[in-house]
Design a binder for this molecule. Structure first.
Ligand SMILES: [Zn+2]
Length: 622
């Protein structure tokens, strides 16, 4: 796809893709409901590329200043924010000998005073229960619930009041809470959709040992509430804040959920109630932007491998996975990444692309965030959102620099909120185009089934653990910004699934993928998967083996043409739909995240690629 000239005047993309040449091959039945007829009819034409909307303003507009700085007016203090006084600013972190190691509860830095001095507190002080002066623990689950309940105060007028959302229950029984900020009188997803403001979802603390994320989201929720400094953004957008997606991990101080599963590798497989809660939220509210807030390891394996302390206040990355629409990549870079980096710099905060390194001590390469469709960042991207990861330097350093970590999160996320508000119209145009383009690709062109990051080199700056000085290091660097395509296949019209594939169907529907049931038996022109090799393996990401994912079945397959008979009660997943690329990620069997590899489908004969528009009667399923 060649992107158009950026200077072209903004223009609405052409409307509805329907052609009279595309005769529906569907049989109507009075006893069944034919679903999504419009989408189906739209499948057989390509969508012309619209011009890139409003590029000029994206490039020239300086990001608005952060709500709170030393120069800003005093912050409203519904929950007790206090301006930092000059003396406090000047107070250095407690000097300490060069200690290296995890030290969660002590104020003793896990590195030398010279390193600690590189990270002074911001000029304002954030206040949440967990950021209190004499606190040894971050905000507890009970305090978090109380804070959100306080925002949704019934004494506020109905059309300004934030709405508390109960999104689900963690494995140990804690509520997974969110709060919806909107000017819309009716807060239902359908009403928000018709009101025309894009919705943003902010997700914090999927990893329980990354606490500044939840603290920052509590601050942002308060500032979006009535009287808050970001409240005016609600004229243009709705915001749903989920400060703590993994309450059990937070309570236990663990990265993983109670079952040992890393929920941020579970957004396609959906084994955990925590990931399912987020999937349901994204399905129902169809956000334009999802921000996933994390913290990263500061010492640990980076010190071991590179003899350096991690430097950057924020590491950021958008969705980088095969089949992610190119226009959304472009929007991520131009409308979000560039202003966010500028906003951080404006606050004296450094940033870099997100990167990590494997847990293997011998492996000195560094990789950007992965390319697999398993993380929130990538899976939400395939749901046609702009999907951003923001990581601050926090894992393994306890409460050290907590104010600065929270500040970095607040600055970066506030920038993303402003970008969405400023670009609300063009973003809607881009998404509208992307949805129609994705829908129109069914039965034609190719789909990528395997892609990898591109190896290269990059200069990174670490901090010398003794002197605290910058040290530029050239590293082997796997870039996820350019994906190498390793395998493609003809894009099918859809996938057929055996009647026994109920756990597959349930998961697809949880993500909002359209699935239909075959109402009357018939036949399909399809491709069966012929298995040519098999091994039992493990799911891996750029860090190493994925926690809690168990054994997977890696197969090699060859698609083989066949007419297949399909009984009533079996299923059809059409690809002429907005979430086609989610279906591809889940259903092509020879990838590590596929539902087959992860044993949600037992047998390759339970599925087939449907290669011609089916002439069958379908019924809607609940
Ligand atoms: Zn994380």
């Amino acid at each position: 796809m060649t992107l158009p000239d950026l200077s072209t005047a903004p223009q609405r993309p052409p409307v509805a893709v329907r052609t009279s040449s595309a005769k529906p091959a569907w049989k109507w039945s009075t006893s069944v409901t034919l679903v999504a007829a419009a989408a189906v009819l739209g499948a057989c034409t390509s969508t012309p590329l619209p011009p890139w909307p409003s590029s000029q303003s994206a490039k020239t507009q300086a990001p608005a200043p952060l709500p709170r700085s030393s120069a800003a007016k005093p912050v409203p203090q519904p929950l007790g924010a206090t301006p930092r006084n000059a003396e406090a600013v000047a107070t250095p972190v407690t000097p300490a000998p060069a200690l290296i190691g995890r030290n969660e509860d002590s104020l003793t830095p896990p590195y030398s005073a010279a390193v600690a001095a590189r990270f002074p507190d911001p000029s304002i002080q954030y206040s949440t229960p967990g950021l209190g002066k004499d606190r040894r623990s971050f905000t507890t689950n009970a305090e978090l619930a109380q804070w959100l309940n306080g925002l949704a105060d019934a004494r506020l007028s109905a059309d300004a009041r934030p709405h508390l959302l109960n999104l689900g229950t963690s494995q140990r029984g804690s509520p997974i809470l969110g709060v919806l900020m909107t000017r819309a009188k009716n807060p239902t997803p359908a009403a928000l959709e018709s009101a025309g403001r894009p919705t943003v979802v902010l997700v914090g603390q999927q990893h329980g040992d990354e606490p500044a994320t939840a603290e920052a989201l509590l601050i942002l929720a308060r500032e979006l509430a009535p009287g808050g400094l970001l409240e005016s953004l609600l004229e243009k957008i709705n915001v749903i804040v989920v400060p703590r997606a993994n309450p059990d991990g937070s309570e236990a101080g663990t990265r993983v959920t109670a079952s040992g599963v890393d929920m941020n590798r579970d957004h396609l497989l959906l084994h955990t109630p925590e990931a399912r809660a987020i999937a349901r939220l994204v399905r129902d509210y169809r956000p334009m932007l999802v921000v996933d807030s994390h913290e990263y390891t500061v010492v640990g394996r980076f010190l071991e491998k590179f003899n350096g302390i991690q430097k950057y206040d924020a590491l950021v990355q958008h969705a980088t996975t095969a089949n992610y629409p190119e226009f959304l990549t472009k929007a991520s870079l131009e409308w979000y990444h560039a202003p966010m980096v500028a906003a951080l710099k404006d606050q004296g905060l450094s940033s870099e692309w997100y990167y990590t390194t494997s847990t293997d001590r011998e492996d000195k390469s560094i990789s950007m965030g992965g390319t697999q469709p398993d993380t929130g960042r990538n899976v939400h991207g395939l749901k046609n959102t702009v999907s951003l990861l923001i990581e601050t330097r926090g894992v393994g350093i306890g409460r050290l620099h907590a104010q600065r970590r929270v500040h970095s999160q607040v600055v970066a996320i506030a920038s993303a909120l402003r970008s969405t508000a400023e670009k609300a119209g063009p973003l809607e145009q881009v998404r509208s185009f992307v949805v129609r383009d994705t829908t129109a690709l069914a039965c034609r062109d190719q789909v990528i089934t395997d892609a990898k990051a591109t190896p290269g080199q990059r200069e990174l700056t670490f901090i010398d653990p003794t002197t605290g000085e910058d040290r530029v290091t050239r590293v082997d660097w796997n870039s996820s910004l350019t994906l190498r395509t390793l395998q493609t296949r003809a894009r099918p019209c859809g996938y057929w699934l055996d009647a026994g594939a109920t756990s597959v169907v349930e998961r697809l529907k949880l993500m909002g993928v359209q699935v239909m049931r075959v109402a009357e038996s018939g036949s399909l022109l399809a491709e069966r998967y012929e298995e040519t090799a098999r091994e039992v393996s493990e799911r891996r990401d750029v860090r190493g083996g994925i926690a809690g994912s168990g054994e997977i079945v890696r197969v090699k397959v060859t698609p083989v043409r066949a007419a297949i008979d399909v009984p009533s009660g079996s299923y059809y997943v059409p690809l002429n739909q907005a979430l086609a690329n989610i279906a591809v990620a889940a259903l092509e069997p020879d990838t590590q995240n596929s539902y087959f590899a992860n044993r949600l489908l037992e047998d390759l004969n339970q599925t087939a690629r449907v290669m011609a528009t089916p002439s069958l009667v379908f019924e809607e399923i609940d």
